[in-house]
Design a protein around this ligand. Structure first.
Ligand SMILES: Cc1cc2nc3c(=O)[nH]c(=O)nc-3n(C[C@H](O)[C@H](O)[C@H](O)COP(=O)(O)OP(=O)(O)OC[C@H]3O[C@@H](n4cnc5c(N)ncnc54)[C@H](O)[C@@H]3O)c2cc1C
Length: 418
């Protein structure tokens, strides 16, 4: 044991942990950041960061570093529903684009930023036990790879340790809005598959697929099927994956000229909210809340958690506010923000055709630039699904479609390239 008592120990140093440690260290707190991994390293996750996540990187002064890695910007999202495609901009004038940096690039950049901000970082360090005294978390016990067991103490231990969080396991938080895994998907990387700054998603019968550009001139392509087929399709991942890529004819043609560069990775995940705080502990990122990755929200969500949690912990640690009050505000803000997207994501992940009413609205949005941007922004987490699918907005989209039908059109394709 070092004999030192940190203000915060953060377990897990990727999208949620490193920014939490960085933000606390920037406020002057003594922070210990631990991860059993070494960096740079990959993890099973695709890595589209929508404009809200990009905005966080900009606020933290890290966006220029990301851009300097050569990661291409993504300015257009195209959703192919078969009979029609909705093509829109995911962002706003201030934050117009998304990026999809490899996790080897992103996570290392975040870890370095935490260290530069003053957090003490230990890689190759596995947390074996969460220490409790009278129901309050007081520290951790763990070991560096090949090293002896050590104890470290802190005023708060933050679990940023992902889906199988050891902090969550130890404190057994209340879990709510749970849903079992809905989708199983696999991805890999292709060369010679140019995307020209586009994210493309394909809504196929009982299948889903998406493609977008990343570092090193590679394109990530992910393909998925219902979780009910997970076990059966595991026996031939490549065959099942390629069968999905062959379904949209124009995309299948593009893939014929491309080369697969890496192995297949994939998994299915559960959906849950966990109470993200209690005596001496807090949860951020997947440790505290998870939903299917089909809408690619997890990294931006982890960034938002890091900011909200760091603000709440600052209030609590500085004595400005009672711990429970500050952390309850973090929980409420998180839950209110993500709940509509949680339900929307579950619907999309089911790979079932949208309900007829929704189909009517989406079909009506075709060719309406404002509505198509709006739909892209829902998927980007910029606009809440509750706002986009509100009666008022739906009424506007349907009336605009009616008006367009009665007007002679100069561009029969609807005004936007597909
Ligand atoms: C297939 C798939 C595709 C996805 N695609 C996207 C996408 O395109 N866009 C998006 O925004 N999100 C995506 N996500 C979600 C995203 O990956 C997660 O939301 C995000 O990684 C959460 O970050 P985190 O820091 O909470 O957890 P993680 O990234 O899981 O990091 C947890 C860290 O904790 C460490 N750790 C765990 N236990 C211990 C321990 N006992 N001791 C020490 N260290 C420990 C691990 O080594 C790890 O480094 C996807 C997820 C999956 C599974």
């Amino acid at each position: 044991m070092s004999g030192r008592r940190y203000d915060a120990i953060v377990v897990g140093a990727r999208c949620a942990g490193s920014p939490t440690a960085m933000l606390l260290a920037r406020k002057g707190y003594e922070v210990l950041l631990l991860d059993r991994a070494t960096f740079p390293s990959d993890t099973i996750s695709t890595h589209l960061i929508h404009p809200p996540g990009v905005a966080a990187l900009r606020r933290w002064g890290l966006l220029d570093r990301l851009i300097a890695t050569g990661c291409p910007p993504i300015h257009t999202y195209a959703f192919d529903f078969g009979p029609f495609t909705l093509t829109g901009s995911p962002g706003t004038e201030e934050e117009p684009v998304s990026y999809a940096p490899r996790r080897t690039v992103l996570d290392k950049l975040l870890l370095d930023a935490a260290a530069e901000s003053g957090a003490e970082v230990r890689e190759r360090f596995t947390v074996d036990e969460i220490l409790l005294e009278d129901g309050t978390v007081v520290g951790i016990r763990g070991h560096e790879r090949g090293g002896p067991s050590v104890t470290e103490k802190a005023r708060v231990v933050v679990g940023a340790d992902g889906l199988s969080s050891s902090v969550a396991r130890a404190v057994e938080p209340e879990q709510y809005h749970e849903k079992p895994p809905i989708l199983a998907a696999y991805y890999t990387y292709w060369s010679d598959l140019p995307m020209e700054g586009r994210f493309e998603a394909y809504d196929l019968p009982n299948r889903g697929m998406a493609a977008w550009p990343t570092n090193d001139d590679l394109t990530l392509v992910i393909a998925g099927w219902p979780f009910a087929e997970f076990e059966a399709n595991r026996k031939d991942i490549e065959g099942n994956y390629l069968a999905v890529l062959g379904m949209p004819p124009a995309f299948a043609e593009r893939v014929r000229g491309a080369k697969r560069e890496e192995r297949f990775l994939g998994m299915a995940v559960p959906n849950y909210f966990r109470r993200p705080f209690g005596p001496g502990w807090a949860l951020v990122g997947d440790a505290g809340y998870n939903k299917d990755y089909i809408t690619a929200q997890g990294i931006s969500d982890a960034f938002r958690d890091a900011e909200l949690c760091a603000i709440a912990l600052d209030e609590a640690l500085s004595g400005a506010r009672a711990f429970d009050d500050a952390m309850r505000a973090y929980q409420e803000t998180r839950d209110n923000h993500v709940l509509p997207m949680y339900e929307f994501t579950a619907q999309v992940a089911s790979l079932q055709p949208p309900p007829p009413e929704l189909q009517r609205v989406l079909a009506a949005a075709q060719g309406n630039p404002e509505a198509m941007d709006g739909f892209a922004r829902v998927n980007a987490g910029m606009t809440s699904p509750a706002e986009f699918f509100s009666q008022e907005n739906v009424g506007r989209i349907l009336s605009a479609a009616d008006a367009a039908r009665t007007r002679p059109s100069r561009n029969p394709d609807g005004g936007r390239p597909h």
